[in-house]
Design a protein. Sequence first.
Length: 310
Amino acid sequence: MEIVSHSDRRVKFESSTHERTSAVRGADDAFDAEALDTALRELREGACVGRRRPPGERAFLFERVIADTHAVGLDWNAAACRANGLDPDGPDSGEELLAAVGKFVLLLTSYRQSLLDIGRVGRPRYPGPVRHRQGNRLSVRVMPAPLLDGVLLTGDSAEVWMEPGVDEATMPATQATAYADPLAHAGVNPVLGAGNVAALAPKDVVHKLIGEGRVVIVKANAVNDHLVGYWQRALAAFVEAGVVRIVTGDARVGKYLVHRHGADDVHITGSESTDDAGATWSAPRTLRRVADTVAVCHASSFGPRDATSL
């Protein structure tokens, strides 16, 4: 296994306390467990730092990722087209661009706005109207929101329905819970990314980062190995911030990440057999990992004495 950068040369991202690595690539017949453990350890440390990062700083990271995605987007799309047997210069490439990179940028933009809202008023603004429904329930339209939604998601709409009994006064408490109690949500989350949409795994990454307050190690399925270099370039700001690591390799790497003590929960995109295998790998250690995340983050904030009291 080797550490690789955007151009497949050895590279390290410097921070105040660590050397940050962008990706771990498996060799043909073995993988480097030490490198994976290092990535998990760096992420756990990043989880403790990241939970104290104000929403405005997180929004700035998203600005960088949006800019970097724009910079790499056409090359990323061309690679996806070639892998799918499409002409990168043909009309089908436009559909591929909208379905993958375009929607990824839309997601990034929406999350950035949510972070700005959280920084200003403590929660995201409602994208659409609040409606009273039967059964003592409220709903909020969440899509389409900005004008671009209507272009990229033509004909689609979505609402979030509250549980019965939640009223307009208590509904804000259900929003941005990862920011109201970041310690309860801190953790390391492997994302086993497959799928035939070129930006599906990066979307899963940003959802875990922002929607759930996790830090992420994303392992690309072999079907998406040709996209890893573009993901690295687009997500470089998250890698440098210590909240994302990108790895490649076969099923042994995925199993190792799920089974290791350093991961708290798992996000899987793949077949039913992959999901079943992930559940078998991860179940015995889940509670112990969550407890360790809390202990490590308390140690980072208050010192070892406080951690030993947990």
